[in-house]
Write a protein that binds this ligand. Structure first.
Ligand code: 1CP
Length: 351
C-alpha cells in the first residue's frame, strides 16, 4: 500500500468504524446512493444503457462522485451493477429499465454452469480505469467496491430475471444439488476476482450484496449459500474491510457473519441494539427504513436519532439505510439525514 493510501485510511471515519475504532463522527453513506433519485444522474445517463454506462470510466467516475458532492457522505460506492462481471465473461444478460437484469438463456443444467468461465481482470479493464480516476478525485473519502453474492446472482441466472419467490432456484438446489454447487462455486470465483480487481485498483472496502438470501431458511442458507459467499469474500480477506448485507435476513445474521465479514449490514426490520447483542464485537451498518426518507422532517429526524441510539450498542456503527435509496426519494431529505448523523454524533463524541 502506498503511503498516500495509508494516510487516507487513518483519517477516515468510515474505515475507523469498519475496524471497530472510535471515529470522529458516525460515518454515513447510502446503499444505491449513486443514481436513482438524483436529477444530475438522470441527466448524465440520458441516452446510455445501464451496462454501457458501467463500461464508460469517465461516466462511472462522474456518477460515483455525484452523491458524495451533494450529500458529503463518508464513503463512495462504485457505480456498477452486480451483473457486470457476468456480462463481462460473455453471458447474454441485459439490464432492462424498470425491470432489472434479464438473462437471454436461463441456467438449468451442468452444461449451463460451464458457461461461467473465470473472470480475467482484462475483461473489466474499464473498472480498473474508472477506479483510477476516482481515487484521484475522492481524496480522503474511501471508495467501496462491491459484488453480488453467489446466491443472489444465481437467482437471476436461474430464474432468468427478478423473482419474488426464487422458486426455480430453490427447486434446482433441492433436485440437482451438484448442478447448484457447480453454478454457485463458479460464481464465487467470479465474485472473488471481481472484488480483487476493485481492491487492486484502489477500493478501500468492499460490500458483498446477498440481497435475496433472506428467502432461504437458515438450514438452506448454511447448505447452499454460506460456503460460496465465504469463498467469494476470501478473495479479499485481510486486505480491506468486508461488509456483508442481505434484505430480510434477521434470521440469518449469525450465519451470514460466519462468512468472515468484518462488518454486517442490518436491514430495517431488526433494531441495531438487538443485532449488536447477537453479534458481539462486530461493526454494524444500517438501518434506517428507506421509506422514512419519504416522510416529513420531524418523524424522519426522530427515526434517524433512534438508529444512532441503537447503533451505540455495537462495537462500531456505520449509518446507512436498511436497503437501497428508493427512486422517489428527495435528495434534500438524504442531505438532512447526513447532516443530522454528523451533527448528533460529533456532539456525542465531544461529550
Ligand atoms: O449507488 C448505486 O446505485 C451504486 C450502484 C449499484 C449497486 C450497488 C447499482 C446500480 N446496482 C447495485 C447493486 C445491485 N443490483 C443489487 C444489490 C443491491 C440491492 O439489493 O439493491 C441488486 C439486487 C441489483 C440488481 C438490479 N440491478 C436490480 C434489481 C432488480 C430486482 O431483482 O428487483 C435493478 C433494478 C438493477 C439495475 C440498476 N443497477 C444500478 C442502477 C442505477 C440500476 C437502474 C438502471 C437504470 O437506471 O436503467
Amino acid at each position: 500500500m502506498s503511503s498516500a493510501a495509508t494516510a487516507t485510511s487513518t483519517s477516515s471515519p468510515f474505515l475507523a468504524a469498519c475496524r471497530g475504532e472510535e471515529p470522529e463522527h458516525t460515518p454515513v453513506w447510502f446503499m444505491r446512493q449513486a443514481g436513482r433519485s438524483l436529477p444530475e444522474y438522470k441527466e448524465a445517463r440520458a441516452g446510455t444503457t445501464m451496462l454501457e454506462a458501467c463500461r464508460t470510466p469517465e461516466l462511472v467516475a462522474e456518477i460515483t462522485m455525484q452523491p458524495v458532492r451533494r450529500y458529503s457522505t463518508d464513503a463512495a460506492i462504485f457505480f456498477s451493477d452486480i451483473v457486470v462481471p457476468i456480462a463481462a465473461i460473455g453471458v447474454d444478460i441485459e439490464i432492462v429499465p424498470g425491470v432489472g437484469p434479464v438473462v437471454a438463456e436461463p441456467f438449468r443444467s451442468d452444461a449451463d454452469a460451464k458457461r461461467l468461465r473465470n473472470l480475467d481482470p482484462c475483461d473489466v479493464g474499464y473498472v480498473t480505469e474508472a477506479i483510477g480516476l476516482l481515487t484521484k478525485e475522492l481524496g480522503n473519502i474511501p471508495l467501496i467496491g462491491f459484488a453480488g453474492a453467489p446466491f443472489t446472482l444465481a437467482s437471476y441466472l436461474i430464474e432468468g430475471g427478478p423473482s419474488r419467490d426464487h422458486a426455480k432456484t430453490k427447486a434446482l438446489m433441492r433436485s440437482h444439488p451438484d448442478v447448484w454447487h457447480s453454478i454457485a462455486s463458479r460464481l464465487a470465483a467470479i465474485c472473488g476476482e471481481f472484488l480483487r480487481v476493485q481492491v487492486e485498483a484502489g477500493a478501500q472496502a468492499v460490500q458483498l450484496f446477498d440481497s435475496w438470501a433472506g428467502a432461504l431458511s437458515e438450514a438452506d442458507y448454511r447448505r447452499f449459500a454460506l460456503p460460496h459467499s465465504t469463498a467469494a469474500l476470501a478473495g479479499v480477506a485481510k486486505s480491506v474491510p468486508r461488509i456483508h448485507f442481505g434484505v430480510g435476513t434477521g434470521h440469518l445474521l449469525e450465519a451470514m457473519s460466519e462468512t468472515g465479514a468484518e462488518v454486517m449490514g442490518v436491514d430495517f426490520r431488526i433494531p441495531l441494539d438487538e443485532a449488536a447483542a447477537r453479534l458481539p464485537g462486530k461493526t454494524l451498518q444500517g438501518n434506517l427504513d428507506p421509506a422514512a426518507i419519504l416522510s416529513d422532517d420531524e418523524p424522519l429526524l426522530a427515526e434517524t436519532d433512534e438508529v444512532l441510539r441503537a447503533g451505540r450498542a455495537a462495537k462500531g456503527h456505520i449509518f446507512n439505510l436498511g436497503h437501497g435509496v428508493l427512486p422517489d426519494s428527495d435528495p434534500a431529505k438524504l442531505k438532512l439525514v447526513v447532516d443530522r448523523v454528523h451533527e448528533q454524533s460529533s456532539r456525542e463524541a465531544s461529550r
